[in-house]
Design a protein around this ligand. Structure first.
Ligand code: XMP
Length: 534
């Protein structure tokens, strides 16, 4: 049994980051909505509890309270932003609405000596006060400390920016330690979970493999499992893990829609069927997909067609597997690579507070339609953890640290109508771009530009431009290179790739890919542009 931290979510956009920071300290934690029952909190048996921020105001939102059990359990509690305000309001202090919202960078002064902040500071003032560089986002503030609490931190505009009742292990900060702009945020959260709560740092992916394998075996027994393999990180790691647990009882279905990257289909087969010896059925449906996409140029219409056909093709294969044949009795489980952010985003937490719903994740409703039970071995894990687990079960790091690739594949990277001719040109141009990103290293960090960017790809523009090659004039297609840096894909900056890299890529694409005579670089940030072009 792992020691567990309970994070109660009051609806902040950044609650997930609290969980990520705690997990990075190798402590297991879960996010649940703030209105869980007292019994739930007791049964969860947390080593400590963290109360998140919120958009709401404590004195407006009566229902946004921590359950009474939080205060009855006798475990340390950390309140963040709104979590601090509700702690103050519930324990006998006072909170008032601020006239102005305080948003962004602030310097906070630490007061007295508290276990939470001891030895943690960014700089000291001339008078010797420890200072923290933090990120704030609040309107309301605590104006009276609850009985038993002492002042822990302040700013000129927020005199009570932190408070502590060390006898009970209650700490609270008005700023956000979970965001990276708060320089010592990670140290502060680590201090809370490891030293103050005394949680064991035993959440390590290498060790988690055995537990995950045991759980899959127990859930599946001697039944059979189908998994839709896309070549993406999540489904690949799920496949490798489940295969390790139940071997031949797993069958992967890999639908090739003809919109994959160069040699991608063969690489997936080589890895799973070749190296891992898993049962993989490769369905070549490229003619079907390209046929249905002919004449369609609207991006959303293309997405719908690709999504629908994907489900149809997968369902047909799954139905065959469900029926069983050739020594296989028939599948009763459908495995999916659902990960923890999907669970949180789709309102797995019952009040759906922290939701920004993405519809393009996994195939909703499929298990019910197919009459299959669901197996989701990654549902407790963040993306970084899925990657570590992938390496731990033997997948190559280049595979698990790949940039994300959209489900509709090159279908949304060929602007307008999708044609096989365009897809073939794009695949070759994109492979050159990616190869050079992997080859070029940044001298200062020693990292490749592939690792220094979050997502990079080539976009096919169905327009022709004039060029000159040798003695002749050319009239060929144009591609755009796109490379962005982002931490969450909600906002992104275009990457300042070295000119030498861009030069090499454009030279190679124009020389090696007959049919493309012009290469451009996309210098738009998100927002207002998006990362993909469609
Ligand atoms: P945008 O273009 O919206 O992309 O800035 C944000 C992230 O989402 C990916 N993306 C998709 N992924 N199906 C997917 O599975 C889609 O239809 C889709 N559209 C965008 C995109 O690659 C980027 O990582």
């Amino acid at each position: 049994m792992h020691d567990k931290i309970l994070i109660l979510d009051f609806g902040s956009q950044v609650t997930q980051l609290i969980a990520r920071r705690v997990r990075e300290a190798h402590v297991y934690c879960e996010i649940h909505p703030n209105d869980v029952s007292d019994a739930f909190v007791r049964e969860f048996a947390p080593k400590a509890i963290i109360l998140s921020g919120s958009h709401a105001s404590t004195y407006e939102a009566e229902d946004l309270r921590a359950p009474q059990a939080v205060w009855d359990l006798g475990v340390p509690v950390l309140g963040i932003c709104y979590g601090m305000q509700t702690m103050a309001a519930q324990l006998g202090g006072a909170v008032e609405g601020g006239k102005t919202r305080e948003f962004g960078y602030a310097e906070v002064r630490a007061h007295g000596h508290t276990r939470l902040l001891e030895g943690i500071q960014d700089f000291a003032t001339a008078e010797g006060h420890g200072m923290l560089k933090v990120w704030m986002s609040h309107g309301d503030k605590v104006t009276t400390l609850p009985p038993g609490f002492k002042l822990m931190a302040s700013t000129p505009s927020c005199p009570i920016a932190g408070m502590a009742d060390e006898a009970r292990g209650y700490y609270a900060v008005q700023f956000h330690p979970e965001v990276t702009h708060t320089v010592q945020g990670r140290a502060l959260l680590e201090r809370f979970v490891l030293q103050i709560a005394g949680a064991r740092p035993d959440w390590v992916m290498r060790d988690h493999v055995e537990a995950a394998v045991a759980r899959i075996r127990e859930q599946v027994g001697d039944e059979e499992v189908i998994l839709g393999l896309s070549g993406g990180v999540d489904s690949s790691v799920a496949a490798a893990l489940i295969h390790r647990a139940i071997g031949e009882q797993l069958t992967c279905v890999f639908v090739d829609h003809g919109l994959l990257r160069l040699n991608e289909g063969d690489m997936v087969m080589d890895m799973f069927a070749g190296k891992l010896h898993a049962r993989v059925i490769r369905v070549d449906a490229s003619e079907l997909f390209l046929g249905e996409l002919a004449g369609v140029s609207d991006p959303e219409a293309k997405r719908k067609i690709i999504g629908r056909l994907f489900v149809d093709v997968f369902k047909a294969e799954a139905a065959k597997l469900k029926a069983g044949s050739g020594g296989h009795k028939g599948a009763s489980f459908l495995a999916q690579g659902t990960i923890y952010p999907d669970v949180i985003e789709s309102g797995g937490a019952k009040t759906k507070k922290a939701t920004t719903i993405k519809s393009h994740h996994n195939v909703g409703g499929l298990p019910e339609q197919l009459g299959l039970k669901l197996l989701e071995p990654l549902r407790d894990l963040f993306k970084d953890e899925v990657r570590e687990l992938g390496v731990a079960v033997g997948l190559p790091p280049e595979m698990v640290y790949r940039h994300p690739f959209p489900g509709p594949g090159l279908g949304v990277r060929i602007l307008g109508e999708v044609k096989k001719e365009y897809a073939d040109l794009l695949r070759r141009a994109d492979a050159i771009f990616i190869e050079e990103l992997r080859n070029f290293r940044d001298e200062a960090s020693g990292k490749s530009w592939y690792d220094l960017t979050s997502q990079a790809f080539t976009v096919f523009l169905p327009v022709k431009s004039v060029g000159v090659m040798g003695d002749g004039r050319t009239y060929d297609y144009v591609v755009a290179l796109r490379a962005v840096q982002t931490s969450d894909f909600m906002t992104a900056d275009w990457a300042e790739l070295p000119y030498a890299l861009l030069k090499k890529v454009s030279g190679r694409i124009i020389n090696e890919v007959r049919g493309i005579n012009r290469v451009t670089y996309d210098v738009s940030s998100k927002p207002p542009a998006t990362i993909e072009w469609e």
